[in-house]
Design a protein around this ligand. Sequence first.
Ligand SMILES: NC(=O)c1ccc[n+]([C@@H]2O[C@H](COP(=O)([O-])OP(=O)(O)OC[C@H]3O[C@@H](n4cnc5c(N)ncnc54)[C@H](O)[C@@H]3O)[C@@H](O)[C@H]2O)c1
Ligand SMILES: C[N+](C)(C)CC=O
Length: 490
Amino acid sequence: METKRMFIDGEWVEAQSGETREIINPYNQEVIAVVPEAGRDDAKRAIQAARKAFDEGLWPDMPATERGQKLYQVAELIEKNKEELARLETLDTGKTLVESQADMDDIAGVFRYYAGLADKDGGEMIDAPIENAVSKVVREPVGVCGMITPWNYPLLQASWKLAPALAAGCTMVLKPSEITPLTTLKIAELLEEVGFPKGVVNIVTGAGPTVGAELSENTDVDLISFTGGIETGKKIMQAASNNVKKIALELGGKNPNIVFADSDFETAVDYALNAVYFHAGQVCSAGARLLVEENIHDRFVEELVKRVKNIKLGNGMDENTQMGPLTSAEHRTKVEKYIEIGKEEGAKLLIGGKRPEGAAFEKGFFVEPTIFDGCTSDMRIVQEETFGPILTIETFRTEEEAIRLANDTIYGLAGAVWTGDMNRAQRVSRALRMGTVWINDFHPYFPQAPWGGYKQSGIGRELGKTGLEEYTEQKHIFQNLDPQPMKWFG
Ligand SMILES: NC(=O)c1ccc[n+]([C@@H]2O[C@H](COP(=O)([O-])OP(=O)(O)OC[C@H]3O[C@@H](n4cnc5c(N)ncnc54)[C@H](O)[C@@H]3O)[C@@H](O)[C@H]2O)c1
Ligand SMILES: C[N+](C)(C)CC=O
């Protein structure tokens, strides 16, 4: 068990209060590390360091090509340290090692993508409607960024913020989830090895209502980028109004997976399982709502149940494990409450709905993969994000009904449509009010494509070109090439 420090103004420090927090392995409840429990004072110190690095430092004005070179070096170090990072992520979150390894590949890819994009926007000349003048539009870094990340994809979600913000020339204070801070602290070591000017990146470990709230309220922060739950997102939005901060919110989802009878049956069943049970359902874009055409419902559900029985639960570090524990005891309690709600609402529990039995599961925060059939869109288990291994099943008869049910949610993050009819695939994908729609697939995301939500799933986009633009301000510079007196006032 290691005692860690956090990274403020280029130094590894303890919390000013001396307080610490134990980080728990969700598979066996062993303490894997002790980290500083920062308070508002620590957050303020980090914000001041980032402010100074932005206002007086070299980073924002450094040629973008040089910033890009540094990001390439970060990508290389992530690849070099992939196994250690993946191991840490699995110990901290409970996800399988294969998933963590894939996350690390994605993270290196994100740094590489923004390294390449850093120097590609040289501004734009505008055809000014005024004689003897030139007009151009340039992008400049937005300033000091506060970043708050969740526990389900700790380092991946951090990378979606760190890489574009660094490419843009911003300085930043990042607060990882208090439950899973270890890989974020490790990447601070890698950033230190690459050598960013002090104060450019600060990592503060602590709770949401203290460190997170300070980042959201503090008037020296110019932008707050948050990934997490909808209720926290609303609080952050309110706090950000303090100094009219720019805000970027990546919130939850309740994502429909629509299966038409003319889809490839085998593949659709296979992906329906992966859509909801990957990372034990702790994915913002999990396909937790299956909408299946009525005439294939019985066969489809029978096959799902058969296959769910084979899912291997266990320690994420074990290569045979397909689904690990939930990430915290508190979260398991929430998921179990939703199972009770589903039963009370009259949904038909087909399988799961309880903790697995046996010595191997005694200490882990496990919940069995669960299926509720006979669901309707007025049920809470259909409307609310359970964020666990719970699949709800509804049926539809027509394309219009499928679209109506799919859109009947306050969320709008992602969804999928399975069909052999490509005209229908195009129609349905356009009709869904969601930031990402997959046709005959589920889950792919990559640095080149924007990610974010319609409706209450968030504000703004991460990844892609837009993910970089979020960290910039646009400036119009107009130059009169032949200034003469106007004589307007005589
Ligand atoms: N849209 C996306 O891309 C995306 C990606 C990953 C996770 N998520 C969402 O994240 C949620 C799960 O993560 P979670 O349980 O960690 O979310 P959460 O909202 O509980 O916590 C997220 C972060 O916010 C901090 N926080 C809590 N209260 C705060 C406050 N008052 N002020 C400032 N910060 C505060 C937490 O400490 C944590 O770092 C799910 O809803 C999931 O859908 C969304
Ligand atoms: C955005 N994503 C899919 C990587 C993680 C969501 O929880």
